[in-house]
Design a protein around this ligand. Structure first.
Ligand code: ADP
Length: 301
């Protein structure tokens, strides 16, 4: 299965000591792409950057991690999005964003040729964060494209990743999430985010909603409490086999997705995909930061 991932990666500044900030690059969908590659899969990342020094460093970095960049557009005279993580002494983290003019936001408007390019993929992955960066007009174009793409047999894979701050209102977010729900084949959901979006409800009800909307496979991630899935064969529950005491839960869901999709692309069973995702995520949360050092083993022997 040929897979492309659509989203945004930004410059990340995090303060480790007083006013000294460390520079990294981060974004939910990029994390998924990197873990997918590190778990043995092949993937192209779809976004827009600028042609500045940071954009070029990002491109180099992604390539060195095995992520394909042939669809990454470079829009001149712009700067990539940036976010700053403020670490309080009590361990609490606050995120501040400078992304309202980032090139990724304008990808679908300024580089419409991307739609044609995406047709060559068997599956496209995107997240709630991906949707939040686009204008309403861009989202309408994307949904129109996804509709036709699915008619021709393409599969849409979606992770809800709901960040309230990235939306104008809960109403705008829930309307958009309902639109993508009707266009999703494989849903990789965080139960916590589903509840933030739609109020308190059971995992069973969540699964029913997505199946009814047309998904053929639904995977609901529920932290250390396990995973509930449903497909045409029925509903299945998976405990987390190795519950760990996390050091940093950043990218737990993203790394799960990466390993899951690397296995899915190879045609592995749902159980194998889930187990690979659980193993990878459990390793990732034992390390600080979204992307763990390359020597960490992410595939179960
Ligand atoms: P998200 O970040 O999308 O909300 P989760 O919090 O459910 O996703 O975490 C994703 C996956 O990470 C879980 O399905 C589980 O496999 C793994 N995970 C989360 N917390 C733990 C933990 N304490 N021990 C082991 N694995 C965990």
């Amino acid at each position: 299965m040929k897979l492309a991932i659509i989203g945004e990666c930004m410059i990340e500044l995090s303060n480790s000591e007083g006013e000294l900030y460390q520079l990294n690059y981060g974004g939910d969908t990029l994390n998924t792409a990197i873990y997918l590659s590190r778990c043995g899969g092949e993937v192209e990342y779809v976004t827009a950057l600028s042609d500045d020094v940071f954009s070029n460093k990002m491109l180099e970095n992604w390539q060195s991690q095995g992520v394909g960049v042939k669809h990454v557009k470079q829009i001149a005279n712009s700067v990539p999005g940036l976010y700053l993580i403020e670490n309080e002494a009590n361990g609490e983290r606050h995120f501040h964003y400078w992304r309202s003019n980032s090139p990724a936001k304008f990808l679908l408007e300024q580089c419409p040729e991307i739609f044609k390019e995406l047709e060559e993929y068997d599956a496209l992955f995107l997240s709630g964060i991906t949707l939040s960066i686009y204008s309403e007009a861009s989202r309408a174009k994307l949904f129109e494209f996804l509709n036709k793409y699915r008619d021709k047999g393409g599969k849409v894979i979606f992770d809800n990743n709901y960040r309230p701050k990235s939306w104008l209102s809960l109403n705008e977010a829930s309307k958009t999430f309902n639109q993508i729900m009707n266009l999703t084949d494989i849903a990789l959901l965080s139960m916590e985010d589903e509840i933030s979006l739609h109020g308190e409800h059971s995992i069973e009800y969540c699964i029913e909603r997505w199946l009814k909307a047309g998904a053929s496979e639904v995977v609901v991630k529920n932290g250390p409490n396990g995973i509930l899935t449903a497909n045409s064969m029925g509903k299945f529950e998976f405990d987390v086999p190795n519950v760990v005491k996390p050091i940093d839960t950043t990218a737990a869901g993203d790394s799960f997705n990466g390993a899951f999709l690397a296995n899915k692309a190879k045609g592995e069973s749902l159980e194998k995909c889930i187990r690979a995702g659980q193993f990878c995520a459990a390793q990732v949360i034992l390390h600080k930061g979204a992307i763990v050092p390359r020597e960490v083993t992410l595939i179960e022997e």
